[in-house]
Design a protein around this ligand. Structure first.
Ligand code: GRF
Length: 208
């Protein structure tokens, strides 16, 4: 049984997709052991509570320094001892130590088809604003392993979404979530929980 820890900062719709997918069997052999947020007002914590999942808020402003916050965050991770960490809209830069300790065991959902519209400063609505500004006809979402860079780790899954003429950043964000994020994030967790993929030479591939 894969022990999954989900890190959140906002509404938690991707967390909800994971919860629902475990319930309906789209994700096999996995359980969410803890939800951690940096934002005590994150509705994602409410979703965890409603589903009987332990939720913890580790807020940077409750600590005297970034290092103290990182220490508390790492202690909470170690206490939960997850096999996989899922960043589902988590808006905190991870400590280097964590990325090293959990190499190829941290995944992130990004609301574009990486390598487009990603990297520092590309998060939330900003991603969709830039996609509309550029006039792309197709966008989508990507699940990738987290490495030392920003949105640069091995890609696990991607799903395209049509951009509509009358899209606003908000309507596009909603469709990318509904048609891509909420599908490929659970899918990636199921593949990992059932030993279906590996990372080789920096690229993710299915095990035959
Ligand atoms: C999603 O759009 C995700 O792609 C991005 O942050 C947002 C999180 O939304 N990383 P939610 O908290 O899962 O609703």
């Amino acid at each position: 049984m894969l022990k999954v820890l989900v890190c959140v900062s906002g509404g938690g719709t991707n967390l909800q997709a994971i919860i629902d997918s475990i319930k309906d069997g789209r994700i096999r052999n996995a359980e969410i052991v803890r939800v951690i947020s940096n934002n005590k007002n994150a509705y994602a914590l409410e979703r965890a509570k409603e589903n009987g999942i332990a939720g913890t808020c580790i807020c940077p402003k409750d600590y005297g320094s970034r290092d103290e916050f990182h220490r508390a965050f790492l202690d909470a991770l170690r206490e939960a001892a997850p096999d996989l960490i899922v960043l589902a809209g988590f808006l905190v830069v991870l400590p280097e130590e964590m990325i090293k300790e959990y190499k190829n065991r941290i995944i992130n959902i990004h609301p574009s088809l990486i390598p487009s519209f990603c990297g520092t400063g590309f998060y939330g609505l900003k991603v969709h604003e830039k996609a509309l500004e550029r006039g792309v006809k197709i966008t989508g979402a990507t699940v990738h392993f987290v490495d030392e860079g920003t949105d640069t780790g091995p890609i696990i899954a991607q799903k395209p979404v049509q951009v509509k003429e009358d899209d606003t950043p908000e309507t596009l964000q909603k469709r990318v979530m509904e048609e891509a994020e909420w599908i490929i994030l659970p899918q990636a967790i199921d593949w990992i929980a059932n030993g279906m993929i590996e990372v080789k030479e920096g690229r993710c591939r299915f095990l035959s």
